[in-house]
Design a protein around this ligand. Structure first.
Ligand SMILES: [Zn+2]
Length: 210
């Protein structure tokens, strides 16, 4: 078991496109178990290989309740084969200590990948559940993208980044998602009470941090 060093935003490794894994060798298996150890050690719900300095198409996720048994999910050479719907998500990242902001995500995703033994599997995540958002977040890392590239409000994102002494957003990487934004805004207009409740929850999370 080894805890690896997590690379922080600003390091160019995080902007590189990762390569497919050609063989799940002993070395790759060790990397995967070290990634899981590192993720649990950092209390994260997901970690992608570039975050530990390896530009390989691998990520790990565990969205289970921290008080219960662990449920590690390993994705090697993942492909998102279906995505639909839109949701506003409040996200952070182990490469951005303490910095959280609101981003756009698909609500439903279906991903095809290999497990730690090289066996193919398909995983579906729906209704904007944490797993659906985590899959998109981690998958992005493999293409050199990060959650802030999906931010709904670049001013809010920049404020948070500067608050935690992280580099500001890179305009050239911002992803324009007019369809997702439109669907989110429509939902917020149709469900003002629920939207307000979400806003309050985020505000409380923000105020609860030092
Ligand atoms: Zn991340």
């Amino acid at each position: 078991m080894s805890i690896l060093k997590i690379i922080e935003y600003g390091n160019p490794i995080l902007r590189e496109k990762s390569k497919e894994v050609t063989k799940i060798s002993k070395k790759i298996k060790t990397l995967i178990t070290d990634m899981l150890d590192t993720m649990y050690h950092a209390n994260g719900v997901g970690l992608a290989a570039p975050q530990v300095g390896e530009n390989l198409r691998i990520f790990v996720i565990d969205v289970s309740d921290p008080s219960g048994p662990i449920n590690p999910l390993v994705f090697v050479n993942p492909k998102i084969i279906k995505k639909s719907g839109a949701i506003s998500s409040y996200e952070g990242c182990l490469s951005f200590p303490k910095a959280y902001t609101t981003v756009r995500r698909y609500k439903n995703v279906m991903v095809k990948a290999l497990d730690i033994n090289g066996r193919p599997f398909i995983k579906e995540a729906k209704d904007g559940e944490l797993l659906a958002r985590a899959i998109q977040h981690e998958f992005d890392h493999l293409d050199g993208r990060m959650f802030i590239d999906h931010c709904r409000n670049r001013f809010e994102a920049n404020n948070v980044l500067s608050k935690y002494n992280l580099p500001s957003i890179q305009e050239e990487f911002l992803i324009d998602e007019p369809e997702l934004e439109e669907e989110i805004v429509t939902w917020e207009k149709q469900n003002p009470d629920e939207a307000e409740k979400l806003r309050k929850e985020i505000e409380e999370l923000e105020n609860g941090k030092e």
